[in-house]
Design a protein around this ligand. Structure first.
Ligand SMILES: [Zn+2]
Ligand SMILES: [Zn+2]
Length: 212
């Protein structure tokens, strides 16, 4: 299993949209087909300064920072024009009752992150997620994506071998008391389709994640 080990991504390359496959055209930037590649289909936006049309990109060109990715992050978006907070993009959010309690602190936290860290995340591949990758934040930095977890992963990482308690402690979007049992536990529903994206803080090692 190939591991992609970057500051903000440490997981199997299978968790990224890049593939090494002869069916994929050569990279539009370097014209080579030796590195893992990604055919852009409109669901993932890249940041590229050249004028030619880019249909396929490769991991090698990403590591050489020839292009980057727009990313959704906690509190907003990293775009080719800089940070866009969630409430700048969706203005109605400012009118919601819990804006100042929930979203505004996240937006303020995002706005304090150093530019070099944004540059670094822009040059990190997204991870595969149903609705697109969203990076969480901790200690004034983006967190490292460390994989899509299942029950065994919660057991392995929980300090006291209680996967359910650990899940409830680290999940960002809590969905109710029996959610873990139904979606991830050893006796989960056969209809369980939720995915948990796990992150670790680069600084304090705190783990967090969110469910889709
Ligand atoms: Zn390339
Ligand atoms: Zn931290």
């Amino acid at each position: 299993m190939d591991i992609l080990n970057l500051d903000y991504f440490n997981s199997s390359i299978w968790d990224s949209p890049f593939e090494l496959n002869n069916d994929i055209a050569p990279c539009s930037i370097c014209k080579k087909d030796t590195s893992h590649r990604l055919e852009l289909d409109g669901s993932i936006e890249i940041i590229y300064k050249g004028i030619e049309v880019i249909e396929t990109v490769c991991l090698n060109c990403l590591s050489e920072r020839k292009y980057g990715f727009e990313h959704q992050v906690e509190g907003g978006f990293l775009t080719k024009d800089g940070i866009l907070t969630e409430s700048e993009k969706y203005k109605f959010l400012k009118n919601s009752d819990d804006y100042s309690l929930l979203l505004q602190p996240k937006e303020e936290q995002l706005l304090t992150i150093e530019k070099s860290k944004m540059d670094n995340l822009i040059h990190t591949p997204p991870f595969n997620a149903y609705q697109g990758a969203r990076w969480l934040i901790h200690c004034n930095d983006f967190m490292k994506f460390i994989g899509t977890w299942e029950h065994d992963d919660f057991v392995k990482h929980s300090p006291n071998n209680n996967a359910k308690i650990f899940f409830n402690e680290i999940v960002d979007n809590w969905n109710g008391d029996d959610f873990y049992d139904k979606q991830f536990g050893p006796n989960k529903s056969k209809y369980a389709e939720s995915a948990f994206y796990a992150f670790e803080c680069l600084h304090c090692k705190q783990q967090r994640g969110y469910v889709e």
